[in-house]
Design a protein. Structure first.
Lengths: 203, 223
């Protein structure tokens, strides 16, 4: 399995945001996307998640019979995707069922263990509404663990996280890469991924 | 392991139960609408009995629309809709399941309570049965047609009014056959079966077609 992005062009509101962008990722590789505000980092992730149309170019996953990139990818964007009135565990078990992928190899954790991996075991029965911003973010990130998907698309994953949670996340990212996963992360802060490739977008 | 659609269905019911509002607001709105009509019409029981089914249908239509604008908007705002788009489950089925849960939590209570309000509108027992049955058969069409409007206006702030303007004209056929099934036999001897069968057909057609329209609108609305 290989993620190949060839010569894509994306327009938003009539403005060309990405043009002629190409890269490829092999299993176990990470790509860190940097650039100033408005350079198209989030747009690139949304395109990979299948949420924005391509004007030109293509995004392919290795074999022809493989599903589209969107169905193999976890997308963690600016919005957390959790319902405030449901508990953290209920949100996660819903996403575990909804995002389960037939192609997904690797182990999926039950919601309680995924929350424990982000040191949120005590919050599993609390409604998401009462959690702090950083805790909400960790519930969203715990989604990465409840349904196995090989590609992680992370938009500013370190936002609102404290130092201990940042360390936990980078540990989990190392594990994911070690199991042959792929990561595309857009960030302004330094991610602890020594062998990651860099992609700098310009306005 | 639950299937994705079953999980979605129970999640929607859980949200409706926890955050409340939807069901009870709809019922109270329905009560208020049904209650102010007699004040406007005046103390003529015969007139009230004749237009009672129409009042119940209009009140149901407006109460159904009340909560529909949030059907996809809430998911759009908190990012859930984006994640559902990355699911292997077809978006059309997701729309259908969300509509089923929405109908169960907002429209079905109206159908159940309608005979009670019908009493206040001087409806006889057979008329109560007809109007309840016609509401039961017709409300799925209202919910699904409304879902298309909700999907089209998903990314608009304050899109609720626009949604009502878009959806209300489309519900006219449902209203016509619903009221004629409900009011059949009241004044002129119209058979019940013919308009009721068309009402059922409208609901079935909406179940078959509306999820595709709503899903297409949601896919483009993400931009």
């Amino acid at each position: 399995m290989r993620l190949e992005v060839s010569d894509i062009r994306v327009e938003r509101g009539g403005r060309r945001v990405l043009d002629g962008l190409s890269f490829a990722l092999a299993p176990g590789e990470a790509l860190i996307v940097t650039g100033p505000n408005g350079a198209g980092k989030s747009t690139l992730l949304r395109v990979l998640a299948g949420l924005l149309p391509l004007k030109q170019g293509r995004i392919a996953i290795g074999g022809a019979e493989d599903p589209p990139c969107a169905e193999l990818a976890h997308y963690v964007g600016h919005a957390d995707g959790n319902k405030a009135s449901l508990t953290a565990a209920e949100n996660l078990s819903f996403w575990a069922a909804m995002l389960r992928s037939r192609q997904g190899r690797g182990t999926s954790l039950p919601p309680a263990e995924a929350l424990a991996a982000f040191a949120l075991a005590h919050a599993s029965d609390l409604p998401v509404a009462v959690l702090s911003a950083g805790q909400k973010r960790r519930v969203a990130l715990a989604r990465l663990l409840v349904a196995p998907r090989p590609i992680w698309l992370l938009d500013e994953p370190l936002n609102a996280l404290d130092a201990a949670s940042q360390a936990r996340l980078s540990h989990l990212m190392h594990d994911h890469l070690g199991q042959g996963g792929m990561i595309v992360a857009a960030t302004h802060s330094a991610l602890d991924l020594p062998n990651a490739r860099q992609l700098t977008l310009r306005q | 392991m639950r299937s994705a659609l079953a999980a979605l269905f129970w999640r929607e019911l859980g949200i409706a139960r926890r955050s409340g509002g939807g069901t009870s607001t709809g019922l109270v709105f329905f009560l208020v609408l049904a209650a102010i009509f007699p004040f406007a019409v005046g103390p003529d029981l015969n007139l009230l009995a004749r237009i009672g089914p129409a009042i119940l249908w209009i009140a149901t239509l407006l109460s159904t629309l009340l909560g529909l604008d949030r059907l996809f908007q809430a998911d759009h705002e908190d990012g859930s809709l984006d994640l559902m788009l990355t699911s292997e489950t077809p978006l059309e089925l997701i729309v259908l399941v969300k509509c089923a849960a929405h109908w169960l939590t907002t429209a079905l209570p109206l159908v159940v309570i309608a005979p009670l309000f019908g009493l206040a509108l001087a409806q006889e027992a057979p008329a109560l049965g007809r109007v309840t049955l016609s509401l039961f058969a017709g409300t799925p069409a209202l919910t699904l047609i409304g879902a298309v409007g909700a999907a089209v206006t998903v990314s608009l702030r304050r899109g609720g009014l626009l949604m009502a303007v878009l959806v209300l004209p489309l519900t006219i056929p449902v209203l016509i056959f619903g009221v004629s099934a409900a009011g059949a036999g009241a004044a002129d001897p119209v058979p019940f079966a013919a308009p009721f069968a068309i009402l059922c057909a409208l609901s079935l057609a909406a179940i078959a077609g509306a999820p595709f329209a709503a899903a297409a609108a949601l896919r483009y609305g993400g931009e």
